[in-house]
Ligand binder design. Structure first.
Ligand code: NCD
Ligand code: ZN
Length: 344
């Protein structure tokens, strides 16, 4: 039985760090394990311009614990008013790594997102020209579409038309939750990849709804039925380089989760690597963990893999049940399975 596993230091290709006191409290948990992360721009107000991204990057760097080795990879929040020249300048200077598309109203702080996709065609074409990837929150917001179908409908109604109109645009389908999304990626081998979260590899919709409502398992896109979770597991553990880790670790205080209308998001930064080691071992694929967490993402983004390493040992991990912030406690995701791997 393998007792230790050393892999290249992982990166997180989809992460919410928030700002202020929350940023201060959650950032050390990511920086402890991950070398880089794609930083989501859905602050209030959102990170829309290059200047916004530079200021946010500086706040993140200021909040890093001393000695931490962590690089935030910044993104811009695409709006119908986004200026293609500003995006191109932010990319040329090395400030940003991607642009994020939120359909207006799809998730937390997405009110400034895109309602009319024609209005962003010029920016998308410019991004295709300069090789700047688009990260998509892949859910339609049409009230007539069942929430469990919103990802599959997004692929047909929004994503596929965008990819046909801009065939050179590099797209990351973020936090995919369905077999449909897995199959869409597998069917298109150029300029397309997908991130998968830690929590969607371990929970299905029963975790949220069966035996009492569990707000800490509510996130967007919402977890789907078991067959979809199994499709995600197969994709993640397959070694297919088009699939890589984006935790979507999305901290909200317990007070904001445990409400009649509670926030969406699972906070997985502290225990993601322990959970993933368990998942990959359960599926007989420990040898594929490094590809998923540390190699496939950099390859898609055209960045070198990290030189530093991270070692996991076969010991039950200890991590806090919640992280205290000045705004209140944030509950750490409970994977509901025994964990046997710790980050050394
Ligand atoms: C994210 C958040 O809280 O910012 N929530 C979530 O459930 N994943 C937004 C998002 O990525 O959809
Ligand atoms: Zn997210």
């Amino acid at each position: 039985m393998t007792q230790t596993l050393t892999i290249r230091r992982p990166d997180d290709w989809h992460l919410h760090l928030r700002d202020g006191a929350m940023l201060q409290a959650v950032l050390p948990h990511t920086a402890a394990h991950f070398a880089r992360a794609i930083i989501m721009p859905n602050l209030v107000p959102p990170v829309v311009t290059g200047a916004d991204a530079a200021a946010y990057r500086d706040r993140i760097l200021d909040a890093l614990p001393s000695g931490a080795d962590f690089k935030p990879l910044m993104t811009l929040y695409l709006t119908e008013d986004t200026d293609a020249d500003d995006v191109a300048a932010a990319h040329a200077s090395g400030l940003i790594t991607a642009v994020k598309l939120y359909p207006a109203g799809a998730t937390t702080n997405s009110a400034s997102g895109v309602a009319n996709f024609d209005k962003v065609a010029a920016v998308l074409e410019r991004m295709a020209e300069i090789g700047l990837p688009l990260c998509t929150h892949g859910e339609v917001t049409d009230a007539n579409v069942d929430i469990f179908d919103r990802e599959a409908v997004f692929i047909d109604r929004v994503l596929n038309p965008i990819r046909r109109a801009h065939p050179h645009l590099r797209v990351v389908m973020e936090h995919i939750t369905t077999r449909n999304a897995v199959e869409y990626v597998q069917a298109h081998d150029t300029n397309l990849a997908a991130t998968i979260t830690t929590h969607h590899l371990v929970i299905n919709r029963n975790h949220i709804l069966a035996g009492g409502i569990k707000p800490h398992y509510y996130c967007l896109p919402v977890a789907k039925r078991e067959e979809h979770r199994l499709a995600l597991r197969t994709a993640a553990t397959s070694g297919d380089a088009r699939f890589f880790l984006g935790t979507d670790s999305a901290p909200h205080t317990d007070a904001n989760k445990l409400l009649p209308c509670g926030c969406a998001g699972c906070f997985t930064a502290p225990n993601t690597m322990s959970i993933l080691a368990e998942v990959f071992e359960q599926d007989g694929a420990l040898d594929k963990l490094e590809g998923f967490t540390s190699l496939n993402g950099p390859a898609f983004y055209g960045l070198p893999a990290n030189d530093a390493t991270l070692t996991l040992t076969r010991t039950a991990p200890s991590y806090p049940g919640h992280v205290d912030t000045e705004e209140g406690p944030v509950t750490v995701f409970d994977p509901d399975i025994p964990l046997n791997w710790s980050v050394a």
